[in-house]
Ligand binder design. Structure first.
Ligand SMILES: Cc1cc2nc3c(=O)[nH]c(=O)nc-3n(C[C@H](O)[C@H](O)[C@H](O)COP(=O)(O)O)c2cc1C
Length: 370
């Protein structure tokens, strides 16, 4: 594999609010489920520290759940609440900072993607805007106003804790068909009150979460919103069909205080709409004027759902196409998932042209914290 194009643009610093990154490489949030009882320990600490030592500019942690009984679906997914879990996170922040890196937690509530009777709180029913799964099964009553308020408060509490622990910002998980996205999407949000309606008014839940987080973290603490057109089921789902609709969808989120949009796609080179090569991050930046993060098969030849669905691995490929887009300033930051999961030194190897040493991604790698 040859890396033909200079990678210099990837190693330019980036600043926003109180956060300065040494380069444009972001570690994508990846659930690892190595935190028994929701508490991230030293193995998780070393996993993130290694990426910071080897030149990742910004680490977005794996999804870490807010303080709500139905937020999680796996007892090994880290909590972002409770003394022990927060102590674990504080140590991780300290060691990543010592290594010269920056780190933000991805704050998560799974909504109705949680099965009935699942741990860690089997007695808690899944919650969603209309109590519906992506397939349309009713698993609970629609969330009440009180429940909505509690979840908003739990996100805000997590944001306040992130700041107190020394994190460099927060990312709200508004993608992939989880709770926030369930409010965005027409199939899971059938509400007739002000949290439902059309694709613009369905942003209201996210807007209130962003506003509540902003109130507690102040103006200079970056809030990133991750969103996606696709859902885990089905992948073909879309929130909006045209650039005009995307503009209308994003506008309330910008007004609420999002600093950076993390635009989740499976292949970064795919145009979002006909008639322009721009991808979702490209369109989002063009329409909002906000910095964006792109993601999806960077440095790999196979997209990541084939790993979940079929256990497929992926081979390393060059990032010439990515660099050309970055140089055109289509987006500002690039998130790398599996290539960094398997190889803590991915960023350093790319920087130094050691591409022959890159490690291919395998399903086996997902079972270990390298
Ligand atoms: C093992 C694994 C776990 C993931 N967990 C999360 C997650 O917790 N939150 C999230 O937003 N995305 C998650 N993703 C999606 C990644 O953040 C990323 O968008 C995806 O892997 C595409 O990037 P890649 O092609 O570079 O791997 C996960 C992906 C993988 C492979």
């Amino acid at each position: 594999m040859n890396q033909n194009h200079s990678v210099q643009s990837l190693f330019q610093p980036f600043s926003l609010g109180n956060m300065t990154l040494s380069n444009r490489i972001v570690m994508a949030p990846m659930t690892r489920a190595f935190s028994p009882g929701g508490v991230p320990g030293d193995d998780v600490l070393n996993y993130y520290k290694r990426r910071a030592e080897k030149g990742v500019g910004l680490i977005v942690t794996e999804g870490t759940v807010i303080n709500h009984p139905a937020a999680s679906t796996d007892p090994n997914v880290p909590y972002f609440h409770g003394e022990n879990a927060l102590k674990g996170w504080a140590k991780i922040v300290e060691s990543v900072h010592k290594a010269g890196g920056r780190i933000i937690p991805q704050l998560w509530h799974v909504g109705t993607q949680r099965g009935i009777g699942k741990p860690p709180n089997p007695e808690s029913l899944p919650i969603g805007p209309s109590g519906l799964t992506a397939e349309g099964f009713k698993v609970n009553e629609p969330m009440t106003d009180r429940e909505i308020e509690e979840v908003i408060e739990a996100f805000a509490q997590a944001a306040a804790d992130a700041k107190r622990l020394g994190f460099d910002g927060i990312e709200l998980h508004g993608a992939h068909g989880y709770l926030i996205d369930q409010f965005f999407w027409e199939q899971t949000n059938k509400r007739t009150d002000h949290y439902g309606g059309n694709f613009i008014t369905r942003t209201r839940f996210a807007v209130e979460i962003i506003q509540a987080c902003r109130r507690v973290v102040g103006p200079d603490f970056p809030i990133i919103l991750r969103y996606s057109q696709w859902k885990r089921r089905p992948f073909t789902a879309k929130l909006v069909e045209t650039p005009e609709q995307l503009d209308q969808f994003l506008s309330p989120l910008v007004d609420a205080g999002v600093d950076i949009f993390h635009c989740s796609t499976r292949r970064f080179w795919e145009p979002e709409f006909e008639g322009s090569p721009l991808n979702l991050a490209g369109w989002t930046k063009k329409l909002t004027g906000k910095p964006t993060i792109t993601v999806g098969s960077i440095g790999l030849d196979t997209e990541f759902i084939s790993f979940f669905a079929e256990g497929k691995g992926a081979q390393n490929v060059n990032i010439d196409g990515l660099i050309e887009r970055l140089e055109r300033e289509e987006f500002d930051l690039v998130a790398v998932g599996r290539a960094l999961l398997v190889d803590p030194a991915w960023a350093e190897k790319i920087r130094n042209g050691r591409v022959e040493e890159l490690v291919p991604f395998t399903a086996e790698a997902s079972k270990i914290l390298f």
